[in-house]
Design a protein around this ligand. Structure first.
Ligand code: ADP
Ligand code: AMP
Length: 213
């Protein structure tokens, strides 16, 4: 299956992507994770991406389109399928993705669109914590680690600070609508209610994906 997962920052894309990947064995391609890995490895791409990410802005399309196209062209993708998370984020990226997939002879099977009231996102993002050892995402209140939360083993994302969050939401709200409409016109979009428990959101997604398979 070849899938996109869309939703505003904090909607729950990464959380649901981890579950989808585990059950349906597709490759998880998260542009945010790719940029964070590049930052951690102090590569040229990382340095460039950081200058945009810290301010809550989007990394330029040429750069982002390039890394996604390269990843989609790798050997494993045709066998496993993929779940793209956090891409496309501009209509230009959506057009670049269409072109890249056409070139590779791959078609999209569905777009999971997690809907949520933007007013709920500040508390989702300000409480987001990531386990340093595994990269797994939790929330201090809504999804605390089973063994409890220990400051040393978890970190908070630089761009989850209030200054960046406001800018990220502004950027993403204005850009996301045309992208959803682009895929809706192709009949690919499945809207999912994001303001319910993590397991309830996943139950809806699982139903959709089981019908697509
Ligand atoms: P995204 O990848 O869309 O930015 P995440 O999956 O990282 O979002 O989720 C953002 C934060 O909200 C995380 O701390 C996560 O644990 C929490 N979260 C995710 N889904 C839900 C949910 N359905 N209800 C409450 N909190 C959630
Ligand atoms: P995410 O982990 O998806 O919340 O992304 C974190 C940050 O990485 C975003 O705020 C952007 O700065 C950058 N980023 C991730 N995906 C994209 C994309 N498709 N286009 C541009 N920038 C992106």
């Amino acid at each position: 299956m070849n899938l996109l997962i869309m939703g505003l920052p904090g909607a729950g894309k990464g959380t649901q992507a981890a579950k989808i990947v585990e059950q349906f064995k597709v490759a998880h391609i998260s542009t945010g994770d790719m940029f964070r890995a590049a930052i951690a490895n102090q590569t040229e791409l990382g340095l460039l991406a950081k200058s945009y990410m810290d301010g809550g802005n989007l990394v330029p399309d040429e750069v982002t389109n390039g890394i996604v196209k390269e990843r989609l062209g790798q050997e494993d993708i045709k066998a496993t399928g993929f779940l793209l998370d956090g891409y496309p984020r501009t209509i230009e990226q959506a057009h670049a993705l269409d072109a890249a997939l056409a070139e590779l002879g791959i078609s999209l099977d569905g777009v999971i669109n997690i809907e949520i009231d933007p007013a709920k996102l500040q508390e989702r993002l300000s409480g987001r914590i990531i386990h340093k050892a595994t990269g797994e995402t939790f929330h201090k209140v809504f999804n605390p680690p089973a063994e409890g939360y220990n400051e040393e083993d978890y970190y908070q994302r630089e761009d989850d600070k209030p200054e960046s969050v406001a800018r990220r939401l502004e950027v993403n709200i204005s850009q996301s609508q045309p992208i959803i409409e682009h895929y809706r016109s192709k009949g690919l979009v499945h809207d999912i209610e994001g303001d319910q428990d993590i397991e309830e959101v996943y139950a809806e997604i699982e139903k959709v994906l089981s019908n697509l398979k």
